[in-house]
Design a protein around this ligand. Sequence first.
Ligand code: ZN
Length: 69
Amino acid sequence: MKICPLCHTKFEDSAEYCPKCKAQLEDFEEAEKEEQKAVPKSFWIALLGTFAFIGGMILLYKLVYGAFM
Ligand SMILES: [Zn+2]
């Protein structure tokens, strides 16, 4: 499967150029893989870790300052 980078129309593997845009077609499977690379699993783990850290800091802040007030 191939895809046109301009109009995003899908074509057969044998096709080389888009008849509408005259643009060279890109491999559709490879384009999908690149999209998956854009957001790796480690990004979500890091995001979750950041939220857990902020939550922990808020909890610690409340514990420390709650004890003195
Ligand atoms: Zn096109």
